[in-house]
Ligand binder design. Structure first.
Ligand SMILES: Nc1ncnc2c1ncn2[C@@H]1O[C@H](COP(=O)(O)OP(=O)(O)OP(=O)(O)O)[C@@H](O)[C@H]1O
Length: 601
């Protein structure tokens, strides 16, 4: 319930006055509905269905006295006209309330959706390392839908409760004793219904669990479709999918079973109640017929509401796990928030690196509970406007070091200094990242045209600038040969391009940003020697005007580096010029070099 109230508070913050207006409208509608029912009695009397003594009916008798004092004769047309007016007014109000209710709900869902998306985007990179991407999809699509539905159920429930309380008030005025009997029965029903609510809650937990696995599964499968096809894994995956679908199906059926059973029991209970009620009223309490009719009328409208509240409650319980999951995600990203983006517009402007980037005694663990350090006591200096290469075996910590230099992860111990200033504030982080052009090991391209992919980093870039960047990355020729040139759409993650073509487009994008620092993590690993040589030459031309940090397994690509840093098991074991390290007889670098020249030759 605490999770529900966390979101209701948000709704209150978002809607404020409109929420109360909505409740007040409900109050008025309920009153009009009650009055409408009251008017049925005089109508019946006027039509001649009953010979009634109106003095016996509290509210109606007062109404009659007022009408008498105005010397108006209550004719059938007049009563019918009033009835139509009241019920019509109620219908009109009900429509406005529906629109208002939907406005409140939709604006709340929009703000919740934006808040969650923004919160996720502003969280630290480390947060994303720990979580599964499919969990975000699941919360943003599935759980958000359930939270929205649950919130609407909550509003309906509040409306239902207001309505019910007013109607009970009216009924109480007419016949306190009989009403008390009905309320007591309703109370018993509510106690009995707790069992169903609990059961519905358990099914809701299962729903969350299943849909999370479902999302994660299909996400994995479609991401790994190439492996599935090439390893003939279709059958086993279809089998998994069948099993999962069965579980989803039986979960829903189970929920319907619980809901329908509770509905069935409520119905039987209400029929028995009304029958017993009429018997008691007539045989034991000798209630006047006109009063009895009114009370039966009120309760025949009230009781379904009462059942509705119970059923809302059950459905709300089914959706509570979604509230819980969403709140948990909010708490997690709030704890790991990195950016607020609330700085002044000039905050975090890209800069020109003057001196260099330094790591002082930097230690880092992906999991602080585990003893293994991904980086241990790193002391390196990356001089501005020079080319630094980071080499080492697979898993040595090269990408981790780069993430550290880009401020994507922070040191557990030690410091990262940019031009002598410790990297700490959001403004510095934004400035640093704004000054970096980064090409990742597994480059990402959006399912859009090459032009749009490039213009992501500079929306105002002219075509000539795009072609210059493409020329730099040796991709101008192949882009020119594509049927739609720059406007060619390249598919999910750039699937319609080859690995090397993808790398070259991402490199062009990084260059288009005109960065002060260019970071290349295995950025040319998929290229043929000819294209690699062309990029090598382009990078050489940049030396002196741009700080270049390169990770490369192919050591031939870093021959022109000013500095080489060799990492092994998270530690820097060698550092110096390419030539110098290649001559250190017992050094790791020479060893790596000899493996490659041995392999090549
Ligand atoms: N997200 C992560 N969570 C936990 N451990 C990680 C994570 N990423 C990397 N590691 C571990 O940290 C160590 C360094 O990894 P890193 O990716 O920096 O190596 P690398 O030198 O870049 O390797 P490669 O050349 O294969 O890309 C490895 O032991 C790896 O298993």
């Amino acid at each position: 319930m605490r999770d529900l109230f966390y979101f209701i508070r948000k709704m209150h913050r978002d809607s404020g006055f409109r929420l109360y207006l909505n409740m007040f409208t409900t109050f008025v509608i309920s009153c009009l509905d009650g009055i409408g029912i009251y008017l049925i009695v005089p109508m019946l009397s006027i039509i001649g269905v009953f010979q009634m003594n109106m003095d016996e009916v509290p509210l109606v008798s007062t109404l009659f006295e007022i009408v008498d004092s105005w010397s108006i004769e209550l004719t059938l047309p007049l009563v019918l006209a009033i009835y139509v007016l009241i019920v019509g007014g109620q219908a009109l109000l009900q429509r406005s309330q529906m629109v208002l209710g939907s406005r409140i709900l939709q604006s709340y869902v929009r703000s919740l959706r934006s808040e969650t998306y923004r919160g996720l985007l502003l969280a630290k990179w480390e947060f994303f390392l720990r979580k599964r991407k499919s969990d975000f999809h699941h919360v943003m699509v599935n759980e958000l839908g359930r939270v929205s539905y649950g919130s609407s159920l909550f509003l309906q429930m509040v409306t239902g409760i207001i309505f019910t309380v007013i109607q009970i008030g009216l009924a109480f005025w007419l016949s306190p004793l009989l009403t008390a009997v009905v309320i007591a029965s309703g109370g018993m029903l509510a106690l009995f219904a707790r069992k169903f609510v609990k059961k519905a809650g358990h099914i809701g937990d299962k729903t969350s669990e299943l849909s999370q696995s479902y999302f994660a599964g299909i996400n994995d499968h479609f991401n790994g479709i190439k492996d599935i096809k090439s390893n003939r894994l279709e059958r086993s995956h279809i089998h998994w999918f069948g099993g999962m679908s069965k579980q989803l199906e039986s979960n829903v059926v189970q929920l319907v079973r619980v809901n329908s059973l509770s509905q069935f029991i409520y119905r039987i209970f209400s029929i028995t109640l009304i029958a017993g009620f009429v018997y008691l009223a007539l045989e034991v309490f000798h209630t006047p017929a006109e009063q009895l009719i009114l009370v039966v009328l009120i309760f025949s409208r009230l009781w379904p509401r009462f059942i509705g509240i119970q059923s809302n409650f059950e459905q709300l319980a089914t959706n509570l796990p979604a509230f819980k999951a969403m709140r948990k995600l909010h708490q997690e990203y709030e704890q790991e928030q990195e950016l607020t983006l609330s700085d002044s517009p000039d905050g975090g402007k890209p800069f020109q690196l003057q001196d260099g980037i330094e790591c002082r005694q930097v230690h880092y663990r992906y999991d602080p509970k585990e003893p293994a350090f991904a980086l241990r006591d790193i002391n390196v200096f990356i001089p501005a406007n020079r080319m630094t290469a980071i080499v080492g075996s697979s898993g040595a910590g090269k990408s981790t070091l780069i993430d550290m230099l880009m401020g994507l992860i922070g040191p557990e111990r030690g410091q990262v200094l940019i031009d002598g200033v410790t990297l700490r504030e959001e403004k510095q982080l934004l400035a640093l990242r704004g000054s970096i052009g980064y090409v990742a090991q597994d480059p990402f391209l959006f399912n859009a045209s090459i032009r749009d992919n490039l213009k992501l980093v500079d929306p105002h870039a002219e075509d000539a600038e795009l072609w210059n960047a493409l020329k730099f990355s040796a991709s101008d020729e192949f882009v020119r040969m594509l049927p739609q040139g720059l406007d060619t759409v390249i598919g999910d993650r750039g699937i319609r391009l080859s690995g090397g073509e993808r790398q070259r487009i991402v490199l062009a994008r990084a260059i288009l940003k005109r960065p002060s620092i260019l970071v290349l993590d295995e950025a040319t690993s998929a290229l043929d020697s000819e294209n690699e040589r062309r990029i090598q030459e382009a990078l050489d031309r940049l030396k002196g005007s741009m700080t270049i940090i390169v990770i490369a397994h192919r050591l031939s690509t870093i021959r022109n580096a000013d500095q080489v840093i060799v990492i092994e098991q998270g530690e820097v074991i060698q550092q110096g010029g390419y030539k110098q390290l290649s001559q250190e007889a017992k050094g790791k670098f020479k060893q790596l070099l000899s493996y490659q020249t041995g392999m090549n030759g």
